[in-house]
Each structure stands twice: as structure tokens, then as C-alpha cells.
Design a binder for this molecule. Structure first.
Ligand code: AMP
Ligand code: ZN
Length: 396
């Protein structure tokens, strides 16, 4: 059976540089959508509906899609992409997507949408990458922390997270403390049609979420404090969650992934200096890993209505750079890490001050561990003999 489709010609033209950004948001337009693609030149949108969606009102979908396009592209100005490093043409031996082979050998197994277990090869590869990130963290004398997987809704609210990234939130709940409710659940709940058959009335209100990032925990820990020192550096690794809807594909885009961060707190100049030093030190490490990549300016995936203003702001103040590794099999690149500067955003919203009373500035260097492994295997394949010497020797 072929799924019903809908072709939409955007009333407002989508500039090519926005096609990916708009496409990623279209997944959230309606529950009936299985996938949405925007032509790379922005001229056309193709929607495929879920087979079980039944009779969808195509006019309603068309109008919702046109609204998203208008909100995201009306008046948008193409940011000048700043390229700080370009090693995309570093020669690499593989041109194959490693995913089929990884799945066939159970080196990667899918447990659910966007949820994968990883086998011994990827686990050792990630442990090796981690040892290199820790070497970078040590070069800053970063102090180690362990942060929880759950994150407090109260603090996320204080930093406007619900406004900026509502689409990617992952909520955590529990059964309401009510004996009858818990008994009912225990007796009747089963997996049915891709979800549990329990109704929303069984569950508590939301107090915590699954954490979307690592560094937030450190800022939340320091909320409403005046620091005794001017400069602080820490490092932590943690589980992160971003619900990416139908964009959840292979190890490229996960619901549950792992991030290693090195986090800087201090005056603005200090944080910017550390971010830049970190980037330069990483250049040597990435060369040893043999990674084909480039570092370029970027923006966070803000939700539809917030996108234009916030992305322009990030770009104007050079707040975010991404390490984008090449995926030779697709000719595209994938962000495996980022260099971020938040100015005094967390300092102001969380009331954290330096010894002189000014709000702290913050920044972080973040690495996506699964993506590092995926990009590396896309470039070098699964045969260790093809790997650069440093990686071959580092992975035991
Ligand atoms: P960000 O804070 O968005 O710059 O994320 C830091 C890094 O985490 C990115 O460069 C990616 O490597 C990784 N990452 C972010 N989102 C995902 C995802 N949905 N799946 C896998 N890795 C991700
Ligand atoms: Zn961070």
C-alpha cells in the first residue's frame, strides 16, 4: 500500500539556505505526517502521511505548512557562514554508510525510535574519543562533575527553554499516588499500537524532564549565588534527550544520546578566549583522528516562531560554531561537536554573579559521542586496518 502524499508549493519562496531548517520543523506540524521533505532549492514541499492517518484534511495541512514557512522565512536574512577550519578534503578510505553493517552484526541494535544499544567496537571507539576529550579538559584543569539524567522543569523555565525548544522536549512522569490508579494501571496496561494503552489521567503533572544538555546542570547548581572565583572550568559527560520526531534516523539523529562537555564560567573575554583555545587544541586532536571536517558558524534549532530572531542574534554575535564531519556516502556533513558562547544569558536568568557583582558569562565545548563514532566509521569503515594509527592503537 502506498502512503497518501501531498505536494505543496510554498506561497512565500523558501531560500535554499533555509530548506533544511524548514524541513526539520515540518515533522512537528501534524501527527498524521510520516515525513516531510523540502527540495534543496526550496521550491517544493513533499509530505508523506502515515498509512494509519486515514482521511487527512489536506487543506488544513497545507495551511499549517504555509504558516510555518511564513514564520520561518519572511524577512529572514542569510547569515554569512564563517568557516574557521576546513579539512573536508582530508582523504578518507570509505564511502559507505556503516549503518547496514553495524545493524547486521548487532554492533548497533535499535531498541525503539531514536534509541540504540551499542556493541563492543563502538563502545571502545567512544572510550578512546572520550580519552582525547578528557585530555582536552585536563589541559584547562577542568574539574569533573557527574550530573543527573533528569532535569528540573523549574530551572528550565527560568532559562526560557520551553519557549525556545518546545518541540524537542522529553517529559518524565510517574503514576499519580492513588492506590486505585496504580492498581488499574498494573492490571490493564499493555503495549498497544506503538504505545502504552494508559490514559493521561493516570499520570502525575510534570516536574522533571529528560535533560537536553549537560552544561545546564552546572548553571542550575550555581543559581542565585555569588561566586568566590572569577574563572571556573568543569567537565562532565551525560545522557541527553532531544525528541526529533520523524527526523530520528540511524545514529545520525537520536532521541537519547551522550554528550561530553567542557564548560567555562567567567567574564566575557575569558570565556571567549577559552573557547578559542579549546578550538585550536582540538585541531591537533582531530588531525590525529584523521577526521575530514570543517568548523563553521551555526545556530541552535530554535522552534518556528523563535527561529528567525534568535538565529540572527546567534549569528551576529558569533555565539556558535560547529565541527561538521563529512559523511562521504551522502556528500553531506554532520555536526559532531560545537563551540558555544552564551554571553551572560545564564548569569542574568539564574542570578549568578562573579565576585565583582556582574553576571557570569558562560560557554561550552560539546561533543556528541555517538555522532563522533558514526562520522568516523562513515569515513574509515569497520576494518581497523584502515583506521589512522592513533585510533588503531588507542582502541584496544
Ligand atoms: P548542541 O548543544 O546542539 O551543539 O549539541 C552538541 C552536540 O551533540 C552536537 O554537535 C551533536 O554532536 C550532538 N547532538 C545533538 N543533537 C543530537 C541528536 N539528536 N542525536 C545525536 N547527537 C546529537
Ligand atoms: Zn553546553
Amino acid at each position: 500500500m502506498t502512503e497518501p502524499t501531498l505536494t505543496i508549493l510554498p506561497a512565500i519562496p523558501i531560500p535554499a539556505f533555509m530548506s533544511g531548517e524548514v524541513q526539520s520543523k515540518l515533522a512537528y506540524v501534524d501527527e498524521s505526517i510520516l515525513s516531510a521533505t523540502v527540495e534543496p532549492d526550496g521550491s517544493m514541499i513533499q509530505i508523506i502521511f502515515k498509512p494509519q492517518a486515514g482521511n487527512v484534511n489536506q487543506e488544513t495541512i497545507n495551511s499549517k505548512v504555509q504558516d510555518v514557512v511564513a514564520l520561518m522565512v519572511k524577512g529572514v536574512i542569510q547569515p554569512r557562514t564563517q568557516v574557521l577550519e576546513d579539512f573536508l578534503d582530508r582523504p578518507v578510505p570509505s564511502k559507505q554508510d556503516p549503518m547496514p553493517e553495524l545493524l547486521a552484526s548487532q554492533e548497533v541494535s535499535q531498541e525503539g525510535r531514536g534509541i540504540y544499544t551499542l556493541g563492543p567496537l563502538i563502545t571502545s571507539l567512544i572510550a578512546y574519543f572520550e580519552s582525547r576529550f578528557l585530555e582536552l579538559a585536563d589541559s584547562f584543569s577542568a574539574v569533573p562533575y557527574r550530573f543527573p539524567t533528569l532535569i528540573s522543569a523549574k530551572y528550565l523555565d527560568r532559562v526560557n527553554y520551553f519557549k525556545a525548544f518546545p518541540h524537542s522536549l522529553s517529559f518524565v512522569t510517574h503514576l499519580r499516588e492513588d492506590l486505585e490508579n496504580i492498581d488499574q494501571f498494573a492490571q490493564h496496561t499493555h503495549w498497544e499500537d506503538e504505545s502504552l494503552n494508559a490514559g493521561p489521567e493516570s499520570f502525575s503533572k510534570i516536574e522533571v524532564l529528560n535533560s537536553p544538555a549537560v552544561c545546564y546542570h552546572w548553571y542550575f547548581m550555581l543559581a542565585d549565588q555569588q561566586l568566590k572565583e572569577d574563572n571556573l572550568v568543569s567537565t562532565a559527560v551525560g545522557n541527553c534527550f532531544r525528541y526529533e520526531s520523524s527526523n530520528l534516523t540511524s545514529l545520525e539523529r537520536l532521541w537519547n544520546f551522550t554528550m561530553r562537555e567542557i564548560i567555562f564560567i567567567g567574564h566575557g573575554e575569558y570565556v571567549l578566549e577559552q573557547r578559542e583555545t579549546g578550538r585550536q587544541r582540538m585541531t591537533g586532536i582531530l588531525e590525529e583522528l584523521g577526521l575530514a571536517y570543517r568548523v563553521e558558524s551555526a545556530n541552535d534549532p530554535f522552534f518556528i516562531g523563535e527561529f528567525r530572531k534568535q538565529a540572527a542574534f546567534q549569528s551576529a554575535f558569533q555565539l556558535k560554531y560547529e565541527i561538521r564531519a563529512s559523511l562521504p556516502f551522502s556528500g553531506k556533513t554532520l555536526a559532531v561537536g560545537s563551540y558555544n558562547y552564551h554571553q551572560d544569558f545564564f548569569g542574568r536568568n539564574l542570578n549568578i554573579t562573579l565576585p565583582d557583582g556582574s553576571p557570569i558569562h558562560t560557554g561550552c565545548i560539546a561533543f556528541g559521542l555517538e555522532r563522533m563514532a558514526y562520522a568516523f566509521l562513515s569515513q574509515y569503515g569497520l576494518d581497523k586496518n584502515q583506521w589512522p594509527a592513533a585510533v588503531r592503537e588507542g582502541v584496544r
